[in-house]
Design a protein around this ligand. Structure first.
Ligand code: ADP
Ligand code: MG
Length: 876
């Protein structure tokens, strides 16, 4: 056996091997040590290898999912090795022969399908990247992604600069990276939470990509998938190859790869996503993120789709408007919205259930989930059919729901029982009355049970033991139990003829009889036959599901889209969001805008949120405006900045926005950075990070970008920081020319408005009341008269003596500051020194006089006089 183990382990060196032995998965050697530590289970020993004890630990097969999840979460991969023949077969080959075993599946973070291992409301993506020559010329990255738990498969291509943002958006569980690229890629990989799996040339091979992909889908060529570029093909085939290698017993069904054109979605890099807390907080949890604030979906599939829409807002105004149209239809029809949401709430997770069944990993409850989801789809299709002039999105959802496999729904409804076991091997899931043979076998089984009851009564009478019972356990099967005192009689004539002694317990004795043995065999056969019939029925239904897989996937997608649309309408109504106008202009105007998360939090504690306007629209087609926001700490600057960015994300994701009016010219790239002191969560040398990230923005933001810079430059000494912030604003204004919001505590920067025509000063207003500050959270044009730092400090409870002393010091400093160089600098400092012409040389009398002298023509006396003259000129 150990020889077999070692052979299989050597073939799977990167995985912990779950080696099936009876009812346990056993682990040996290093695997056992690693797993016992990770799972907190006992480490034991079994036999010896090369003279040393072999460490061993094991987990029961019944509870394997639980342990698998913990190992996967701890970053391990697990190879599941099963017995592939009946141990009786092995015995036939000889007493010492070993049962055949094989790895049937490698469990990796990106290939999970079990509900127990997955977050219901989060996609679980396996992503592959490949580099190659793009059709447009130049090198590009192909990105393929698949959610193995649903079969959704997509490909896209990005330029090298876009890789990081694209990976951040996908938020994969596992990324397949060609060996050759691992070191080179660095940050785009380390910024994700994904497990990185290096793959060799055999999987990422452009020469074989087309053939492998075509073979997987059973087509002659992949042309019908749309014109996939070379890097896209290579990445997609790496996914297919990896699934072939890890999912050995059966392959997950996959949709044909859908291709997302270049530049279809807003580019948002990892730092911006983290910073704006789009789908999770900086601390990692979903609660408190933008997604959480606007997710009122009633199905898991809906929540997953919404997450992907928020992560990838669109750029095409027509596509965005189509989503807004659909949301608007539900905003305007509250009854429809309610009935649709209530029907949806009875629809289970169709995508994942259908995938498991088609994949050979399903159970009776997955079939029931398909049944219920199809029933909901049918009801919804007819409900949506009643809408006049339905917007295109709703019409296409209704069409997809109407086209669902309703025959399958009826078949499932007829076959499945009301109460269902988790596992098919437990039986009992086929409804009585739908299969005559099954009913007859079950009757036989149940009949025999009645016979047992009769037998018990007969034996009780014959032996005169009223407490005689026929019982069942897994070791003995059926047996007769009597109290000890009576048992002594049964081992003597005449009863000993009938009763065969099996076991003596404390206070009881156990027997069997020939009749009971016969009966037991008959019951066992009937139960086995019934189970076999049920399993046959399951396989027939599973085959039907596999056949209809594509249509079930389409139905699941339509249910998810409907859920998202109705849920966004629900949020829009409940929280007073408005339909934004999104177009190709460079406008950006929000009226009465709020921060969706802060507003929700304040509302929960009964406090009002103060709405604000923002206008960054480019004046007459020129560059965008930059709004410079100053004001005291805690005044609401960061909130104001972020709400603008979040409104852009929501609007382009197809949602309504927290405002009373919104006009947004499509934002193609979104950048957000926070000064180092706020940025504790990323755990790197913070000022360096801040500067690296600011550099990235200044180097790449374009005219359609929206840039949010919050207190950049505060991670270093005042003058350093001020100078960096100053230069960054000039660069944004002159070079990037994008729409931008810049919050700062450097009041000196407000003077820049005199020089930069598209810079606007704004300030968060505060009121003073008996020496205390009151934050109004109102953003108004203009400049804060002072920074109120001392008042804020006082609010925070600094000792009075310290506050008084700080005031005195401040007065001194302010007096000195009136002679400050910054005021002069604004006019003296050249905007773009490099771009400006060098200053005209000033006429200088001494130099002119010097030029006029011809040394060879001078007498010694004249030379001396010239020297005196020059010296005198220099003095003037
Ligand atoms: P700053 O960046 O100026 O220091 P923040 O934006 O961090 O200020 O806001 C500080 C706190 O003020 C927030 O946590 C929030 O509770 C509150 N706040 C901010 N803006 C508003 C607003 N518009 N209405 C109500 N409360 C607000
Ligand atoms: Mg702030």
């Amino acid at each position: 056996m150990m020889a077999q183990y070692i052979e299989i382990k050597n073939a799977n060196p990167d995985s912990i091997l779950f080696y099936r032995m009876g009812d346990f998965y056993e682990m040996f050697f290093d695997d056992a040590e690693v797993a016992s530590r990770a799972l907190g289970i006992a480490l034991t020993k079994r036999g010896k290898h090369l003279g040393e004890d072999i460490p061993m630990c094991g987990v029961p097969v019944e509870r394997a999912d639980d342990y698998l999840q913990r190992l996967i979460q701890a970053g391990h991969r697990v190879a599941v090795c099963e017995q592939t023949e009946d141990p009786k077969e092995a015995k036939k080959r000889g007493a010492k022969s070993v049962v055949r075993r094989d790895v049937i599946r490698l469990v990796t973070p990106g290939t999970l399908t079990e509900d127990a291992l997955l977050e219901p409301r989060q996609a679980n993506l396996l992503v592959a990247i490949a580099r190659g020559r793009s059709a447009a010329g130049g090198m590009a990255f192909g990105i393929a992604s698949v959610d193995v738990s649903t079969g959704a498969f997509a490909v896209s291509e990005v330029a090298a600069e876009g890789l990081s943002a694209a990976l951040a958006r996908l938020d994969a569980a596992e990324i397949l990276v060609p060996d050759a690229l691992i070191e080179e890629l660095g940050p785009p990989l380390s910024e994700t939470r994904a497990a990185v799996t290096p793959v060799g040339r055999d999987l990422v091979d452009p020469a074989r990509a087309e053939a492998r992909l075509a073979a997987h889908f059973g087509v002659a060529t992949t042309e019908s998938f749309g014109a996939l570029t070379k890097p896209e093909l290579t990445a997609a085939s790496a996914i297919v190859g990896y699934l072939e290698r890890t999912q050995l017993a059966s392959r997950p069904p996959l949709s044909r790869p859908t291709r997302e054109g270049r530049g279809a979605v807003m580019e948002i890099d990892a730092a911006t996503r983290a910073n704006l807390e789009l789908v999770r907080r900086l601390s990692g949890e979903r609660e408190g993120s933008l997604l959480d604030a606007v997710d009122s979906c009633v199905t898991a599939g809906g929540s997953r789709l919404l997450a992907s829409r928020i992560a990838g807002p669109l750029l095409d105004p027509a596509a965005i408007a189509a989503r807004h149209d659909a949301v608007a239809a539900f905003v305007e029809a509250p009854d429809l919205r309610r009935s649709v949401r209530s029907a949806l709430s009875s629809a289970p997770d169709l995508a994942r259930a259908a995938q498991r069944v088609a994949f050979g990993r399903g159970g009776p409850r997955d079939l029931a989930a398909i049944r219920d989801a199809l029933a909901a789809a049918e009801a919804l299709a007819s409900r949506l059919g009643t809408i006049d002039d339905a917007p295109a999105e709703i019409a296409s959802i209704a069409a997809a729901l109407g086209a669902a496999d309703h025959a399958l729904a009826r078949e499932l409804a007829e076959t499945l029982a009301d109460e269902l076991p988790l596992l098919k091997r437990d039986g009992g899931f086929v409804r009585a009355g739908c299969d005559g043979e099954l009913d007859a076998t079950r009757a036989l089984r149940d009949e025999s049970r009645k016979v047992i009851a009769q037998l018990q009564q007969a034996y009780a009478e014959a032996t005169d033991v009223r407490t005689l019972r026929i019982k069942h356990n897994n070791v003995l099967g059926y047996f007769i139990e009597v109290p000890q005192a009576h048992g002594e009689r049964l081992v003597k004539p005449p009863h000993v003829e009938t009763f065969v002694h099996r076991q003596t317990m404390a206070g009881a004795m156990r027997f069997t009889t020939t009749d009971l043995g016969d009966l037991e065999r008959r019951i066992g056969e009937a139960a086995g036959a019934a189970l076999k019939l049920e399993l046959d029925a399951f396989e027939r239904l599973a085959a039907r599901v596999a056949e209809s897989w594509a249509s079930l996937a389409a139905c699941a997608a339509a249910l998810a889209a409907l859920d998202v649309t109705a849920a966004l309408a629900e949020v829009a109504v409940a929280k007073a969001y408005v339909r934004p106008h999104v177009d190709d202009s460079l406008d950006f105007r929000l009226e009465g805008a709020r921060h969706p998360v802060v507003e929700t939090a304040l509302r929960a504690s009964g406090k009002p949120f103060v709405p604000n306007d923002a206008d960054l629209s480019a004046p007459d087609g020129g560059g965008g405006l930059i709004q410079l926001v100053t004001g005291p700490n805690m005044g609401g600057k960061s909130t104001y900045l972020r709400q603008a960015a979040l409104c852009a994300v929501l609007a382009q994701a197809g949602a309504f926005v927290p405002a009373t009016a919104a006009h947004i010219g499509v934002v193609d790239r979104l950048f957000s950075r926070v000064g180092a002191a706020d940025d504790l969560a990323r755990g790197r040398s913070t000022f360096m990070v801040e500067m690296v990230e600011t550099a990235a923005i200044l180097n790449s933001a374009g005219p359609r970008s929206l840039v949010i810079l919050d207190e950049i430059g505060r991670g270093t000494a005042t003058f350093d920081g001020l100078s960096i912030a100053w230069a960054a604003i000039e660069h944004l204004h002159e070079v990037n020319r994008c729409r931008a919001l810049f919050a700062t505590h450097f009041h000196e920067l407000t003077a820049l408005a005199r020089r930069l025509p598209r810079l606007r000063n704004a300030t968060v207003r505060v009121a003073e009341w008996k020496g205390e500050v009151l934050f109004l959270h109102e953003v108004a044009a203009g400049i804060a008269d002072r920074s109120y730092g001392i008042q804020v400090a006082k609010l925070a409870g600094l000792p009075n003596s310290v506050v008084r002393r700080a005031k005195a010091v401040l007065d001194e400093l302010e007096a000195a500051d009136r002679a400050s160089p910054v005021e002069r600098m604004i006019d003296d400092l050249p905007l773009f020194a490099a771009a400006r012409k060098p200053p005209e040389p000033q006429a200088d009398a001494a130099v002119e006089a010097l030029d006029a002298i011809d040394p060879d023509a001078l007498t010694p006396r004249e030379a001396l006089e010239a020297l005196y003259r020059l010296k005198a000129l220099r003095k003037d």
